[in-house]
Design a protein around this ligand. Sequence first.
Ligand code: FAD
Ligand code: NAP
Length: 314
Amino acid sequence: MAQYRTKVLIIGSGPAGLTAAIYAARANFNPLVIAGMQAGGQLITTPDIENFPGFEEKIGGAVLMERIQKQAERTGATVIYDTIVKADLSKRPFVCTGDSGDVYVSDAVIVATGASPRWLDIDGEFKYRGFGVSACATCDGFFFRKKPVCVIGGGNVAAEEALYLANIASKVTLIHRRDELRAEKVLQDALFANPNITTVFDAVPVEFVGTDMPLALTGVKVKNQKTGEISVIPCEGAFVAIGYRPNTEIFAGQLEMYESKFLKTKPDSAATNIPGVFCAGDVKSPLYQQAIIAAGSGCIAALEAEAFINEEKA
Ligand code: FAD
Ligand code: NAP
């Protein structure tokens, strides 16, 4: 079991964590980045990124994250392949413990643990993920140009994804488990007015169906809540939009969170309720879950951590 001492500990190695690392390293803090179970973060699951500035051609998510990691390491950050399982933020220095048993002691902590899309956990979902089943229309919608798609969910994200896809796909079917959407009225109005979107209400998805060779989705099997009738809604792409789950469990009882478990910060800041603990990326915002936003907020968190450490020294 090793003990590491650092000025800035960054938990998470997605765009938020690694951007924070670049800035903290350039401030000469030699930050440690704890990579977590998904080194590189959510983007490594997507083959093509077309909306991250700086790349004329699309870039693979894993390649992009590898390049950002190398940039962080070149500037002086160290990436450690461990997962934080315990964080004691009750006093300074902060003490975090890894799955490995190693202990990380730091003056400041940047929480960049991201959020994970919630999945339905029904048959075929895991099998067709990346082969028709997705949780991100902005990222993967383009692959279903002029093809029929389904969106599952009744919240703002589902409505926004359906509207986004309506400009790309041949037909969008919004599947919702109740007969009333949760999405805001303005989105509902736009949704119902769109001739390319059909809604199927009271429908609970029970299975994703498709072919094996090639591995491809052909439809979503649903059960009508009221009649019990089973039917298959044909589609080549299915977008699960049933909410996001922030990775904040280990901070429960210490960091202030919304009911949704996303972290609260001071207005226009990365500062949490604990002085010296900052947060960045998807873990703090359920609204704009995009890599560029995560990277930008990683920068803010690192600059604020730098100011905090310098003020403590003065
Ligand atoms: P994440 O990327 O979620 O990274 C979180 C990090 O925290 C991971 O490294 C994880 O291992 C680590 N972690 C979690 N818990 C712990 C712990 N206890 N200890 C240590 N580490 C921990 N956005 C775009 O802008 N363009 C796209 O094309 C695009 N495509 C996407 C495709 C898919 C399939 C998905 C799911 C998302 C996509 N996004 C895209 C959204 C984008 O990936 C996220 O907004 C972005 O990754 C958020 O960055 P983050 O650093 O906040 O969190
Ligand atoms: P959400 O508001 O929690 O909605 C999730 C939807 O998925 C709900 O309609 C829910 O159904 C459905 N659902 C949940 N579990 C399901 C399951 N197992 N099977 C089938 N359906 C299921 O989540 P979100 O749409 O991802 O939005 C997340 C947050 O971001 C929200 O706070 C939202 O308001 C916010 N947001 C805001 C904007 C905006 O302001 N423009 C845009 C996007 C997101 P029920 O309705 O039956 O519960």
